[in-house]
Write a protein that binds this ligand. Structure first.
Ligand SMILES: Cc1cc2nc3c(=O)[nH]c(=O)nc-3n(C[C@H](O)[C@H](O)[C@H](O)COP(=O)(O)O)c2cc1C
Length: 214
């Protein structure tokens, strides 16, 4: 074929586009699988931090039920089971901080006690609000073992608001948002425990209770 013909140029261009398209599709596929694997790993890590190994013989990452959260959106509830009995659950809660929403993972035992809390995502200021992260301090571990009666619900606030939890020096907004989110998250558990812990077909959770702090 004449290398100067327009058909030849068209074929070269077509082959180039096809090759480039295939390369893009392959990269997309590999990246997508990578991202999914990372997300699964992150989820596994945050769940192991809020659900102690000793209370389950299943894998809570894959043992889930989806219910309707207080905000009307779907809420994934990760369940810890021992001998097929639900011993605890974990689910995402969120509060409003200084710089926007703070996403947290809350683990709650079947008895309503906090098993653990971890910050998943936030935009709080480094050195001020980011002390909610476990790698910056142990503040976030202070909720473990507590429940909505211990302390009484009116004490589930930062000290500055009359509650029992320390705020940070010069930064009250972030801890206030986190304490409120945990309080509301526990109230959500109390209102929806049968759906979250029993081996029932997923249904709609109690819409009266919000798991979001505004
Ligand atoms: C640049 C800047 C960043 C701030 N970041 C935060 C933050 O991440 N979390 C927080 O609670 N307060 C933050 N603050 C402080 C809040 O504006 C507010 O003053 C404080 O939370 C109130 O706490 P206090 O009642 O203990 O003074 C920041 C302030 C400034 C000027």
């Amino acid at each position: 074929m004449n290398k100067n013909s327009s058909i030849y140029h068209g074929l070269v261009l077509g082959a180039f586009c096809l090759g480039f398209g295939l390369l893009l599709a392959l990269t997309h596929r590999v990246t997508k699988e990578d991202i999914a694997a990372r997300a699964m790993e992150d989820r596994q890590n945050s769940l192991s931090a809020v659900i102690p190994d000793s209370i389950h013989d299943n894998n809570p990452v894959t043992d889930t039920v989806t219910i309707k959260g207080g905000d009307g959106k779907e809420l994934t509830v990760y369940r810890a089971k021992k001998g097929n009995q639900v011993t605890g659950v974990a689910y995402e809660i969120s509060g409003i901080g200084y710089a926007g929403p703070i996403k947290l993972m809350l683990g709650v035992g079947a008895d309503g006690r906090v098993l653990g809390v971890r910050a998943l995502a936030h935009k709080e200021t480094p050195g001020l609000g980011d002390k909610i992260e476990i790698k910056k301090g142990d503040w976030i571990t202070r909720f473990t073992g507590l429940s909505l009666g211990n302390p009484p619900v009116e004490k589930w606030k930062v000290k500055k608001d009359g509650g029992q939890f320390d705020q940070f020096s010069g930064a009250t907004i972030t801890p206030r948002g986190v304490v409120g989110a945990i309080r509301e998250g526990l109230a959500f558990f109390a209102a929806n425990q049968p759906l979250m812990t029993q081996q029932t077909t997923p249904q709609t959770a109690n819409p009266q209770i919000s798991n979001e702090v505004r």
